[in-house]
Design a protein around this ligand. Sequence first.
Ligand code: CDP
Length: 225
Amino acid sequence: MTNNSSLSVIPVIAIDGPSASGKGTVAQLVAEKLNFHYLDSGALYRIVAFAAYKNNIQWNAADKLGELAKSLKIQFNQNEIYLDGDRITEAVRSEEMSRGASEVAIHQPVRSALLDLQHSFRQAPGLVGDGRDMGSVIFKDAMLKIFLTASVQIRAERRYKQLMNKGLSANYEKILADLQSRDERDSQRSAAPLIQTADALLLETSECSIEQAVQFVLNAYQKHQ
Ligand code: CDP
């Protein structure tokens, strides 16, 4: 499916921002409140990294990864992710696949292979898309674009607490270094780099709660309607 004019009447809220900024949580809650569909575009890059790992394809093999991405049978059901019928929800959330996702995401063949799939999420009554290039590339005509961010130290603290709460071991310094290198890779790449577009509203969440961030997006949506 393409981004044609019949689809463009379906509203899209694009929420982009760096890793661990909380945009996934905010985007899901906004989608729930508005009864909109939700696209976790980062999950697609995680799935490609995971499938490459399973198929012994290197994360730097751009063309092979593009072919692989085209062939994947991906299904989202509630909060679960399936690949070729197998449930891979937790497997794609590992720190290794976080790194793999940001490595495979630099390749244009991978990004092109995932275009139609992302456009197909644009369904009535509307869509909230979360990622790095929702407003800059995939849904350029989104009715509302939000660039959601927080300082890298705050993001590292949040990720650290998340892991501790799950009973997993975590090292703050390592998390911080990892986020810094992913930020750099996401914003320096030539294919769809992470940027705040001129028409996006900045939402700095270093000092605001999830509820306040959700309210900010809902208020902006009301104004843009
Ligand atoms: O949860 P976190 O924000 O760390 O990551 P994610 O949103 O699941 O995305 C994983 C990786 O996929 C990111 O580090 C990006 O490199 C890449 N990505 C992308 O390039 N474009 C998107 N629209 C979404 C994610």
